[in-house]
Structure formats: C-alpha cells, structure tokens
Design a protein around this ligand. Structure first.
Ligand code: 5GP
Length: 114
C-alpha cells in the first residue's frame, strides 16, 4: 500500500516543522495555517479517520489527546485557550485520509464553526 501524506512526513520524505514526536504520535505545523498557531498531531499508525478507529486503537487515541494538550501547553496556548478539531468525512472537510487532530490557537475562535 502506498504511504499516506502524513506517513511521508513521519518518514522525513516530505519536510515539516516538527514540534513533538514519540513512538506513537508526531506533531507538526500545518502547511496552510488557519490560526496563528496551527499544529497537526497524528498517530503514526495510519488509521484513516476516527470513524474507522478500532478497539485496539484505544491506547493510541488516548495518547493522541493527552499529547495534544501537552503540545498546546508547550506552545503557550494554555492561558487563553485553544481548539482541537478532528474532521471526519466530506461534510467535515476531511482532506487527508490519515487521522489527525488539529490544534488551533492564538486567536478567538467562532462558534458554531463554519
Ligand atoms: P483535514 O482537512 O483533513 O482535516 O486536514 C488536513 C490538513 O493537512 C490541512 O489543514 C492541510 O493544510 C494540511 N496539509 C496538507 N498537506 C500538508 C503538507 O504537505 N504538510 C503539512 N504540514 N500539512 C499539510
């Protein structure tokens, strides 16, 4: 099977500004930022989207969220707040079929989202 875009970033075949990496996840700057801080945190296992996550992905998904909060703290977003977003499927605007959580901060967010 061919690599997903994010597997290529994990393999350093595509450059990215990496903020955090461990054996289960990687966090890097979004190439088309929608906020002053826009980071993607991605499980290294290429789960296509949250709707296709399996019971055996329980640990990596918990790790993903805990590390999202840690990365947000390290990026100085804790005081004013930030938003975590997971787009699932076409109506949500998912464009890369490798599960990822957006970490968005540095400006006031609107609600409801567009
Ligand atoms: P989605 O729309 O699937 O929720 O989010 C995919 C995100 O990946 C988008 O915000 C898009 O800007 C980002 N993205 C797409 N291609 C690249 C790339 O080559 N490098 C990086 N760093 N981000 C990318």
């Amino acid at each position: 099977m061919s690599k997903t875009l994010f597997e290529k970033i994990i393999a350093r075949e595509i450059p990215a500004t990496i903020f955090y990496e461990d054996e289960k996840v990687i966090a890097f700057k979004d190439v088309n930022p929608q906020a002053p801080t826009h980071v993607l945190i991605v499980p290294k296992k290429p789960v296509p989207r949250i709707a296709e996550a399996k019971p055996e992905d329980h640990d990596v998904l918990g790790h993903l969220l805990l590390k999202a909060a840690e990365v947000a703290r390290q990026l100085g977003l804790n005081e004013k707040g930030y938003r975590l977003v997971i787009n699932n499927g076409p109506d949500a605007g998912e464009s890369v079929p490798h599960l990822h959580c957006h970490i968005l901060g540095g400006r006031k967010m609107a609600w409801p989202p567009g």
